[in-house]
Design a binder for this molecule. Structure first.
Ligand SMILES: Cc1cc2nc3c(=O)[nH]c(=O)nc-3n(C[C@H](O)[C@H](O)[C@H](O)COP(=O)(O)OP(=O)(O)OC[C@H]3O[C@@H](n4cnc5c(N)ncnc54)[C@H](O)[C@@H]3O)c2cc1C
Length: 468
């Protein structure tokens, strides 16, 4: 038996913030680490909205996991989707991209699978209203947002033109607010001189939410400042509004007094809810763990599943003391769990429970305008934007992307130039792939075998706040 065979095996499911930080904590530990992710990259989700609105390319917000782990000789990366575990046999079950099955034995298991979009039981909305969780989502949104202006430009019917120039966003949490502000900036600044038949600045952006105000978790002051800024940007805020239907041409919403109003909109985007991925239910079934309403796995204050001290749950997929789904929770739980395993291997399992240190929340509203809340300190407007910038530069994982992001931000922040507007239209003649889910009456001709441009995502709400 060589040294490696005698070493304990750690399997990590997911290479997001939680999984990556756990792996990094174990880099010098005498263990063999296998990190399994269904995607080859680590994604910086907080900047997805900049990718979808043409400021940053995919490569600036996603780094190959292999690259990030290349110097970590005790760690192997596997591209596969984990489907479940055999808790008694201590095996992780996974499927390779080509469909065949794989298994991985473990002594310690770290579950760091994140969350996915939830449509609160209406998965059919996903066809018309893409969510914002993955690179695929961001590229679909980019295609729909910039494609909508093209369709408006060539629409002969004024009603159709006005529909393509209407963008509806569901959810006034940070992601919805950020996207709404960006779409107005695209319309009023980036595209303003580019069209001959429409005025891009005529684009309407409607923001719907069931609550009282946008960004309520930031507290009444910052929330009110954000509402005023959105107002100035031209975002039409519809609070106390519950979506009752979404289809190809818009959405219907119910107001507090029960009246239902139909809004024609060529683009509807969904940023309202989150749910645990299917693997969480499989792990709960295998271990007897409880799940919260959003399907997240409930753990003790050492991040383990009851009666399974060898299985840790971290980040967004973990349910503990109502902690928010934000990067800081993911990173801090990843570090905590990595440390715990290191000590256990060394024979001195610590007993300290996980303690979360809240570093604050930030949301970007428009160029030169953001809201940031750090403990008792609150920043808004230009100062908030400067703090936002410093936080985000500091948090980008990997130097290459950090520098790349700064270089890409420069023209966008100084001159409203968005260089990353490329999207694909596989059948250029018909531009059908821009809106390949539309029925013939809307898209022109039927697209044989066409499918949704979005991934169909399979309850909770958007992270209450954002840790910077
Ligand atoms: C649009 C958006 C904006 C956000 N903005 C902010 C912000 O400004 N500040 C902030 O603090 N937080 C923000 N968040 C939240 C933050 O991104 C998350 O809290 C953080 O990414 C959670 O990290 P995680 O490691 O738990 O999960 P994730 O980063 O989601 O990583 C989970 C990983 O698990 C993989 N995975 C899932 N299921 C499987 C499976 N079955 N098999 C293999 N792999 C699997 C996924 O591919 C993924 O790589 C934002 C989130 C979104 C979506």
């Amino acid at each position: 038996m060589n040294d490696q065979d005698s070493q304990r095996r750690v399997v990590i499911i997911g290479g997001g913030f939680a999984g990556l930080f756990a792996a990094r904590m174990l880099r010098r530990a005498p263990v063999r680490v296998t990190l399994i992710d269904r995607r080859p990259h680590h994604l910086f989700q907080p900047l997805l909205y900049q990718c979808s609105t043409g400021i940053l390319s995919e490569g600036k917000i996603a780094v190959p996991l292999r690259d990030l782990l290349r110097k970590q000789k005790n760690t192997d990366f596997v591209l596969a989707e984990v489907t479940g575990i055999d808790a008694d046999g201590r095996r992780v079950l996974a499927t390779r991209p080509l469909g065949d099955q794989m298994e991985f034995g473990y002594d310690y298991l770290i579950v760091a699978a994140g969350v996915q979009q939830s449509y609160f039981g209406h998965d059919e909305y996903a066809t018309w209203a893409p969510g914002m969780k993955t690179i695929e989502d961001a590229l679909v949104i980019r295609r729909r947002v910039f494609g909508a202006f093209e369709l408006a430009d060539t629409a002969a019917d004024p009603a159709e033109r006005s529909r393509w120039l209407t963008f509806a966003l569901v959810g006034a949490g940070p992601t919805g607010v950020e996207l709404a502000g960006q779409i107005r900036e695209v319309a009023t600044k980036t595209l303003r001189d580019e069209y001959r038949h429409i005025k891009p600045e005529d684009a309407r952006v409607l923001l719907f939410d069931g609550g009282d105000a946008p960004l309520t978790p930031f507290g009444p002051d910052l929330s009110a400042k954000a509402a005023r800024t959105l107002d100035k940007l031209g975002v039409e805020q519809h609070m106390h509004s519950i979506v009752t239907d979404i289809n190809a041409t818009g959405l219907s919403v119910r107001a507090q007094d029960g009246t239902v109003t139909r809004h024609e909109a060529g683009t509807v985007l969904w940023t309202a809810g989150v749910a645990a991925p299917p693997v969480a239910a499989a792990i709960a079934a295998a271990t007897g763990a409880k799940q919260d309403r959003a399907g997240r796995i409930m753990v003790g204050d050492d991040c383990t599943i009851p009666d399974h001290p060898e299985i840790f749950v971290t980040g967004d997929v973990m349910s503990l003391n109502k902690l928010p789904g934000v990067c800081e929770v993911a990173m801090q739980t990843g570090i905590y769990v990595g440390e715990r395993i290191k000590h256990d291997v060394a024979g001195d399992m610590p007993t300290k429970p996980f303690r979360y240190h809240d570093l604050g929340s930030a949301a970007y509203l428009s160029r030169g305008n953001a809201v940031v809340s750090v403990g008792r300190l609150q920043f808004a407007g230009f100062l908030g934007w400067v703090v936002w910038l410093v936080i985000h530069i500091g948090f980008l994982t990997g130097f290459r992307n950090r520098l790349g992001a700064v270089v890409s931000w420069w023209p966008a922040f100084i001159r409203d130039v968005r260089r990353e507007r490329t999207y694909t239209t596989e059948q250029v003649g018909l531009v059908r792939s821009t809106y390949d889910v539309l029925p013939p009456s809307i898209a022109g001709t039927a697209l044989p075998g066409s499918t949704s441009g979005t991934e169909l995502h399979s309850a909770g709400t958007e992270p209450s706040g954002r840790t910077g």
